[in-house]
Design a protein around this ligand. Sequence first.
Ligand code: ADP
Ligand code: MG
Length: 291
Amino acid sequence: ATPMSIMVGVGRGAQLGILVRRAEALEILEKVDVVLVDKTGTLTEGKPRVVAVRSLDGDADALMRIAAGLEAASEHPLAGAILAEARARGLTPAAARDFASATGKGVTGHVAGAEVAIGQQALMADRGIDLAPLADEAAALRRDGATVVFVAVNGGLSGLIAIADPVKASTPAALAALRADGVRVIMLTGDNRATAEAVAAGLGITEIEAETLPAQKAEHVARLRRAGHVVAMAGDGVNDAPALAAADIGIAMGTGTDIAIESAGITLLGGDLAGIADARALSRATMRNIR
Ligand code: ADP
Ligand code: MG
């Protein structure tokens, strides 16, 4: 590859909102046949809002005060949604200590003297907490595409918080462009399978890897590469960084975390996924100039 054509391609990319950090990305992109796409913050806006709060003892505000206290120490987008909901309800978050985050699962700590865990099913299963009292309600919320996090206090189930994150307005057209280009699109998410399926169905995505921990996201990328595919991974979160680094090309959302951007060869300013198809066209044009 002649450096000149690549430099022209990098410059043209910048005009299109496609920042190329690794010049090889422009050589590889035209060969990509599989794109793995993170759900939260990549397909969706990454601006989740609380849509339901359910406390088994009927005191939703008390549950939110506890949840907001613990989530105040988390940088996860779901934590931001819980804090915003507490604020909207005029609640002061309870004081928390011993905060710890179980990546891809949730958060734990002490709030107002009680042991609190907030997160997905697996976090509750790790702690032997029975979810049966809220199982039907959780299933219904997930069918609507909401993410459900459970709240446990002193080892017992206390309630749930449902959070919804709208799909980006630009996502359907961006996926259509990739499919028209013959690219296979697979959703990769740490979120619950039922929630992931509801969001995927609305987008016409039929391949889903749900409930994946960060290391498993990277394993999916590696497995597809071993099978002979040229793989691009698009993501925004801390949890996506290993998979971005493991792909032939990592594509970070400009709206995402610094660690995702540092792990990627390409960054899409504004987080518009249409940039993937645009970048492939740019890659083809660049390589045509070289050949
Ligand atoms: P994604 O791959 O969709 O971006 P993550 O891997 O970041 O999702 O998170 C997976 C799941 O872990 C979330 O859907 C949620 O159930 C749980 N989780 C992660 N962080 C938190 C948190 N701060 N509070 C509550 N739940 C959390
Ligand atoms: Mg994400």
